[in-house]
Design a protein around this ligand. Structure first.
Ligand code: AMP
Ligand code: DBH
Length: 545
């Protein structure tokens, strides 16, 4: 682990164990224990097609059998497996099978395309890639064929559904074999993705110990117990619906997970009524849509819903105030990151705190620093950069020593790139962002990644991608482009098409493209993104009048 991912220094690990945060649990054993305690209780409800209801016993057995099959295919401890599945029951069968043999799921999102998947498979030297045959009209088998042609080391493509030229997940032999060498609690469980701010997404190494602690802490804060029913409305692989408290928190508690194939009210509201859902998590734009749909009057009974978690991007105070009246449930704001630190407003916080802050950390051992540009600590109430260190925050990205040297302080604090203010009560208010990223309603876009794609176009001399304000998503992306001298005319739609055809997630395609002769510069001659952001915001404002 030491060479791939910087671990926790021994004195910190000892402290986190002594404090009772790390309890030596693993995901494989967790599921085994729950299944032994209540084999007949429903774990997963997958309503797509004919509703499937898997009990804890069934999920445990499926994970075991698939684990044996994966071992027979030659996939074993420490191997990476890129998992790109929509919200289907098999997601849990696959990841628990991988957990059990100590292979590491790499959590891709259904929106990812050639560019991202090729990178994940090549960079992690993945042994296998797991996809659904077709979802939302997109054929992942074709994507897999292209990736496989480019990444020769990728030995297996496993498909949920009709496999085409690949291997059917259902056809993997499942004769029980003893699982050798179960992973240890301090070892890596999976690689999560960072929204990032660099040319390629960074991978986040999480251990069983640290992640399970974040689940246990989240469950306590969100009052998740065995009677809870969690609706997974966002893409299951994302860190928020996975862990805050998410599907894995729900399974840790012995609760029930209901998978929504889509997060829209027309799909989610009937599921809430039918399955008596008690909590769910949404990004701000979706929370707005749900609030509006409920306020306009819905025929569905949403009275089982106790808690709506909203996070991933800043939730406006006005929108936050409307949640309880419209949906009849409590709001919890959650400000989290796949790198670790997660903050929640508490269920007993005063209403003002719930609607005006993004919560406070899970753990008393989460260390929070708010600093100026020179890393000097600022007084409480001042706005500055958020640095953090703690029992479930990574000490470094996976195989990224150079990046780690700047993304972490010498003493191991993660530089979140978020600009925050701490209140007297210890709650954080997100005031902005220093990292070069656009937060498109919770979907993160690294400016540099998109700039690289634009720069690949023969007519593009330079590109600078910035956020522009948007009433629905909070932010959208605007790409400023300087064309090469003598380049023929290029129109924005052609440039967008060019980027799309390079194969990347649709949410990363620039929403708007502006051509300029040159970029504004800062005092020392760097591109002034601040000026570019101001320019596009002013144009949009002027266009409104
Ligand atoms: P990632 O590192 O890709 O997991 O994305 C985490 C980032 O999402 C954080 O560092 C914040 O920039 C942003 N974020 C998450 N939740 C919130 C929130 N409630 N308010 C504002 N920003 C958020
Ligand atoms: O945006 C995020 O990454 C996020 C938001 C809320 C997250 O990782 C989380 C909660 O755990």
């Amino acid at each position: 682990m030491s060479t791939d991912a910087p671990g926790y220094p021994p004195e910190f690990a000892a402290r986190y164990r002594a404090a009772g945060w790390w309890r030596g649990e693993t995901f494989g054993r967790m599921l085994r224990d729950r299944a032994a305690a209540h084999p007949g209780r429903i774990a997963i409800v997958d309503p797509a097609g004919e509703t499937r209801r898997w009990t804890y016993g069934e999920l445990d057995e499926r994970a075991d059998r698939l684990a044996a099959g994966l071992l027979a295919l030659g996939i074993g401890k420490g191997d990476r497996v890129v998992v790109q599945l929509p919200n289907v029951a098999e997601f849990f069968e696959v990841v628990f099978a991988l957990f059990r043999i100590g292979a590491l799921p790499v959590f891709a999102l259904p929106a990812h395309r050639d560019s991202e998947i090729r990178h994940f498979c090549a960079f992690t030297e993945a042994a296998a890639y797991v996809v659904q045959d077709v979802a939302e009209g997109y054929d992942y088998r074709e994507l897999a064929s292209r990736v496989r042609a480019d990444v020769p080391g990728l030995r297996h493509v496993l498909v949920v559904g009709d496999p085409g030229e690949h291997t059917a997940l259902a056809g993997v032999p499942r004769d029980p074999v003893p699982v050798p060498d179960e992973p240890e609690p301090h070892e890596l469980a999976f690689l999560q993705l960072s929204g990032g701010s660099t040319g390629v997404p960074k991978l986040i190494p999480r251990t069983h110990d640290d992640y399970i602690y974040s689940l246990r802490g989240s469950n306590e804060i969100c009052r998740v117990d065995e009677h809870s029913v969690y609706l997974c409305a966002l893409p299951a692989a994302h860190n928020f619906p996975l862990s805050s408290p998410g599907t894995l928190g729900a399974l840790y508690a012995g609760a029930r997970v209901v998978l929504a194939p889509r997060p829209s009210p027309d799909v989610a509201f009937p599921l809430i009524e039918r399955e008596r859902v008690t909590l769910t998590g949404l990004v701000p734009p979706l929370a707005l849509v749900w609030t509006e749909a409920a306020a306009a009057g819905t025929p569905y009974d949403l009275s089982s819903l106790d808690v709506l978690l909203v996070g991933g991007a800043k939730f406006s105070e006005e929108a936050a105030r409307r949640v309880r009246p419209a949906l009849g449930c409590a709001l919890q704001q959650v400000f989290g990151m796949a790198e670790g630190l997660v903050n929640y407003t508490r269920l007993d916080d005063p209403e003002e705190t719930v609607v005006t802050t993004q919560g406070r950390p899970i753990s008393p051992d989460d260390e929070i620093r708010v600093v100026d540009d020179e890393d000097n600590d600022l007084p409480v109430g001042a706005t500055g950069h958020l640095l953090t260190r703690g029992p479930y925050t990574i000490r470094g990205y996976w195989r990224a020593p150079e990046h780690n040297a700047t993304a972490f302080t010498a003493d191991g604090f993660y530089r979140t790139g978020d600009v925050v203010r701490l209140t007297e009560t210890g709650h954080l208010v997100v005031e902005g962002r220093a990292k070069d990223q656009i937060n498109r309603g919770g979907e993160k876009v690294a400016a540099e990644e998109i700039e690289n794609h634009l720069l690949a176009h023969p007519a593009v001399h330079d590109a600078a991608v910035v956020s522009m304000p948007d009433t629905y998503l909070g932010e959208r992306t605007c790409a400023y482009v300087v064309l090469r001298d003598g380049a023929g005319p290029v129109r924005p739609p052609a440039l967008k098409k060019f980027v799309r055809e390079r194969g990347l997630a649709a949410f990363k395609i620039p929403d708007r493209i502006e051509f300029v002769a040159a970029f504004p510069q800062t005092g020392i001659g760097k591109v002034s993104k601040k000026d570019l952001r101001a320019a596009i915001a002013a144009r949009l404002a002027a266009a409104q009048h």
